[in-house]
Structure formats: structure tokens, C-alpha cells
Ligand binder design. Sequence first.
Ligand SMILES: Cc1ncc(COP(=O)(O)O)c(C=O)c1O
Length: 421
Amino acid sequence: MKVPLSSASLTNKEKKIINKIFDSKRLALGSYLNKFEEITKSYFSVKDAIVVNSGTSALHLILRSLDIKENEGMIVTPFTFIASSNVALFERAHPVFIDIDPFNYNIDLKKIEESLKDKKHPLWNRIKNLKNIKFFMGVDVFGQPIDWDNAIEICKKNDWKIVEDSCEAIGAKYKDRFAGTFGEAGTFAFYPNKQITTGEGGMIITNNIEIGKLCRSMANQGRGDSSEWLEHVRLGYNYRMDELSAGLGYIQMKRLDEILDKREKVANNYYELFKDEERIILPKIEQYTTRMSWFVFVIRLSLDWIAKFTDIPEYVRKIDLPLYMKNREQWKELLKNIKGITYKVIEKLNKKGVQSKNYFSPIHLQKFYRDLYGYEEGDYPITELISSLTIAIPFYTDLTIEEQKYVVDTVKAILDEFEKK
Ligand SMILES: Cc1ncc(COP(=O)(O)O)c(C=O)c1O
């Protein structure tokens, strides 16, 4: 059996819309852009929704509309998709990384103050020209909102503007409030591995009319309110979505609740199938997450199991790690050994038709972040450790129970095989 990592849920309804737009020959700036925005606005009960061509564009426009400046800082997790932090670099500002919680994988809010106070912390050592920290990018990783009440309190105290990267969390709820509605503006992304898709695409939602206006203008080459095609009132981009994608988005948005319900069932099946499997740690869903919007299903190998094959000190097994590591060489070696095992499991899964991937790779350790700032292993130990253990397994709306059983049986068989060696 072959089970892909992800697969979009598309029906005849989507096909019909695509054909209709195709026949109309109106492939850009047609009525579906507006329809997609209106349905989104109404679903989230927000004042504005601006459709764009990617989640990255959406995040970039929000930062621009908040007037982010060179050398300003933006707090963000290093355990996310790289666009969350790159958008600060687009404007010559600096992502300021804070390590994560080892169980829900979101930014660890408790670490913010601790990290900022410690002048030996990598964030001070690595970012030479950091002026003021002005922004907080809250990323709802894997479809689970961060602890927004706490985050908002911290941001108020520090006078940080909040941008919400809810690209992975469309429809998720924190204490019954929608992800995407906690900051100045929030974003969704519609790449085909996402809960709903437009091929490529993104959306900004906001209750701030001025931000909405600026984002709409900048997405459309800086055009002003007049509909004059060659009148540009500010620097802008071509971040527009095309009409075929917008038609797709309109239908997918109508199906959002149905899709999220199905994904929830698939996730629950995995919890059930892995129930007695102690070698695997499943994602922790916090009490405040009143609705999870399942994006990917990421399992992690237990450190107690890995310790059968390589030496792991007790404090690492308990994930009782300092803010940053002192003995870098020892830490690097340990990560390498753990990763070696995880990657072997991933390779074997893929060979058996269960498409799997390590998810995420720490942003600060990406080549150009190392080159730019000098980051190295040990700077954000929890992110690095978790990342060395995580495996995204097949997860999508229409995944069948037979396929899920095959995935889980294959994972278990591969772990058994390791033990026999
Ligand atoms: C957390 C997060 N932020 C931003 C993005 C960027 O979205 P896009 O790929 O549409 O530019 C993604 C997409 O994968 C994401 O997962």
C-alpha cells in the first residue's frame, strides 16, 4: 500500500467552479475574489478579509502595514515554517527566536522574559544590530493556537504589536475564539497540504479597517481607492490571487467545517490506534484549544526508546534543558545520534510506502540563518531536540481507516525491527 503524506480534498463542486471560470475566460480580478473574501469575513465575523497569493505575502503585508523598520525585532518561534520569520528579514528587521514548549510545540511564553533578561542568551549574542523589539509573531503551529490570553498580556506589557500567523490553523479555536483574530491581523495559507486549498494562496483577516485598506492596496501594486489602473499611491506588490484559485477557495471555504470535522476524526483514529504504543509520543492538545484545526499529524519517538540505542543523559530524557547549552560539541553529537535513528525510521517508512517527513527543521539552523547570524546547535535546545525526534505521518481529510491502520502497523513493525538488531 502507498499512503501519501497529504492530499487535497476536492469534489465535483470544485471542478464545476473551475470549469465555469474557465468558460468565462475571466481569469483575474473577477467576482470570485470578492465572494471568497466575503464568505471568509462572515465566517470569522471580522471587519475585513483580503485575499492574496500566499500565506507568506499575507504575513509580509501585515508587517508592512504596521510599518516595521530596519533592525527592529520580532519575537517568533524557531519551530515553524520558515516564512514566519523570513518576513521580518524582508524588511531588514530581525526575527528574535524564543524556544518552544516540548509537548504542544508552540512558543514557550514563560521563556520570553527569561531569555530577554539573560544578556548571554543567543538572541543578544547573535543579533548584533537589534534595536527595539516591536513585534510578536504568534504562530499557531500544526493547527493549535498558542496560549493567547497570556501572550496578549505579555505583549501589552512590552508594547509589542501582535501579528498572528494562523496559516496552519484555519478554523481552530482558543477558548472558543477563532485563531487569526488575536492580533492586529491574522493569516491563513492555502497550499495543497493545508486544510483547505487554492493551489497557492493566502488570506489576511483583520478588525482594523486601516490595516485592511493598506494590505489591499499593497497587494495590488499600491493602487489607491480610485479604480484607476495606472494610479499608484504607495509602494506595492503583485500579491493578487488569480480567479481560478479564488473560485476554488470560495467552495473550499464553504466546506471548511465539513473538512475540519473529517480531519478531527482522522486524528482521533490515530490517537486510538497508537493508544498503547509507548515508544511514540503523540501531540498534546491543551485545554484552552476548544477546537483543533488539524493541519499535520506529527508523532515523536520517545527518548526512553531511543536511549536503548544511544546514550542519553537523564536531564535530556526528562527534557529538563537550560535556555541554551554550554557544551556545544557534546550536544551536537547527541543530536546527531538521535537524528540518525529518527531519519532511519523515516527512510524505512518511506520505503514501505508510508510517506513521512521530519517536521520542522529548526529555522535558526538553516544555512542562511547560520550565515547571517552565526546560530549553531545549542542555541535553542528544546526546538533542536524535538526536531530531532519528530515525524509527520500521512494525514489528510479523506485518509481511510484501512490506510491509517497500515501506517500505524508499519510504524510499529519498523520500531520492532530496530529492537531485534
Ligand atoms: C506557519 C506557516 N506560516 C506561513 C506559511 C506560508 O504560507 P505559503 O506557503 O502559502 O506562503 C506557512 C505555509 O506552509 C506556514 O505553515
